[in-house]
Structures are given as C-alpha cells and as structure tokens.
Design a protein around this ligand. Structure first.
Ligand SMILES: [Zn+2]
Ligand SMILES: [Zn+2]
Length: 273
C-alpha cells in the first residue's frame, strides 16, 4: 500500500525493495503536484521491470482523468491492468485482511485522509496446551488456529481451549495535506500510528492556516484528541533544514511524537508504547 506518489517515489520504492509484482494499492490524497507527479513514472517503471499483476489506484475525483490523459499524450508502457477508483469521504475500501476508511481532509481543494484498519487477528496459539490435550501437531493444529473444532479420539476440542483472546488489528491513519479538523480527529480515533501534516513551526502558524496545512503542534493536538499512540510528523516544509524545533514543539503537546527519517522503517504494534 502506497500513500501518495510524489516525484521521486519510484526511486525510493526501488531502494525499499518493496517488490514489483506484489499485490499493490496506491492511495492518492489529492491532486496537488507533490502528491501525484510520481505516478506516471511509477507506472511506467513497474511495467518495465516486469509487473504483470493488476494494480489499483484509489483517489479523489479527477484521478481517472489524470492517469488517462497522461496515457493519451505519453503512451505509458503498461503491461499490467490498472484499475482506478474515484472515492468519496465516508466510503471504505474492503479487503480480506483490512479496511481502509476515507474521510475529508481540510486543504482548500478536495482532499482525502485514509485510515488503514487491520481486522482482528485470532488469538495466540498455545502449543503447550495443545500437547497437554494430546492433539498431534500438524493439520489439527492448523484447524484450531483458524478457529474450527477438531476431534481427537472421542473428544471434541474447541478452538477457545488452545487460543488466547483475539488480538486487535493495527490502525494507521494518514492525513496529509490538511488543517487540523474534526473529520480527521474522528477518523484517526485510537490509531496506533497517526501520520499527520506538520508543515510548519508555530512561528509560521499564519502560513499554515493560509495554505491549508498544519503546524507540528496542531498535529500533536490532533494526535492527543484522537487518542492516537504515536504521531509521525510529516510533509515538513522545505524551508526547515533542521526540523528538530518542530519535533520539540509537538512533544510539548504529545510526547510520543517522532520525526521519521528518509527510508526509515517503523514497527507498528497494538501495544501501548
Ligand atoms: Zn496539497
Ligand atoms: Zn503536499
């Protein structure tokens, strides 16, 4: 899942070794250049590198026109099917393992915020307990793990006997570009990770308001009010060579704020930090 595709994304994508032929969805927040100019290059390169699997692009109204008009003028070298969906706030993208909910971001032009919500996962399998109940390792264990009853001799074993309580899935909210707003706070409720627009420091709060962005402290407020567990400051203005003052401002409001480095991997868990 790729959220937005600015210029330079394909280069980073290759460097991240994310795999060219995996199941893939690209979510676009809005049609400002810094969020979509990487899309034609990305599609072209994926095809060149041998992608054959369908790719889905999800975005606001206009995303179909963007891709088709580029393709009309500069024939994209496409060897895989592209499925483009225009979506609206309130809708959600459903998958076997997760849902992605969509809400309005406040940015001056139509802009979408996305919340990735993993579905609850089955509880941990207690191997000791299974052995204690003389259930032979193998297909019967698998069956129990998937929540089905098994029969051992004359005895029936219910999955609850060997499984812990179901585990909550991970939730990650992506809200870029946006002013702090209630629709994002509502969407982000209980996120394990909130990735939020943090374009400016407090000293440039007027600019943030004017351009439909947020200050780092405003992002921290959204994290706090939504009950998120971790905040990643994102979309920092290029005018800050050193963004550490923004981090300091955010931390005054929300301690678990971070400033992700380029290409950083973050582990997201459902456990409190
Ligand atoms: Zn924008
Ligand atoms: Zn932007």
């Amino acid at each position: 899942m790729l959220f937005d595709c600015g210029e330079g994304t394909q280069r980073q994508f290759l460097q991240a070794r994310a795999g060219i032929n995996r199941k893939m969805r690209i979510f676009i927040s809005h049609l400002h250049g810094d969020h979509v100019f990487g899309l034609p290059g990305m599609l072209h390169s994926l095809s060149f590198m041998g992608r054959s699997r369908e790719l889905e692009i999800i975005g606001p109204k206009g995303i179909i026109e963007l891709v088709t008009s580029v393709n009309r003028v500069v024939k994209l070298y496409n060897r895989f099917p592209i499925h483009i969906r225009e979506v609206k706030p309130g809708q959600s993208i459903k998958d076997a393992e997760y849902n992605v909910r969509i809400a309005t971001a406040q940015h001056g032009i139509p802009c979408l915020a996305y919340a990735f919500e993993e579905k609850p996962r089955p509880g941990r399998f207690n191997a000791d307990k299974a052995k204690e109940l003389s259930i032979p390792e193998g297909p019967l264990w698998k069956r129990l793990q998937s929540g089905r009853l098994v029969r051992v001799g004359r005895r029936r074993v219910a999955p609850e006997e060997v499984l812990g309580p179901p585990r909550r899935g991970v939730k990650v909210t992506y809200a870029v570009d946006t002013r702090p707003c209630t629709s994002v706070i509502r969407l982000a409720k209980g996120s394990d990770l909130l990735i939020h627009d943090s374009c400016f420091a407090e000293s440039a709060a007027t600019k943030a308001r004017e351009y439909g962005h947020s200050t780092a402290r405003e992002a921290a407020n959204v994290a706090k009010r939504s009950g998120s567990r971790m905040l990643a400051l994102f979309h920092i203005s290029a005018m800050y060579e050193d963004a550490s003052p923004l981090l300091a401002e955010a931390k005054q409001v929300f301690r678990r704020s971070i400033l992700p480095r380029e290409m950083e991997n973050l582990s997201v868990s459902t456990q409190p930090a």
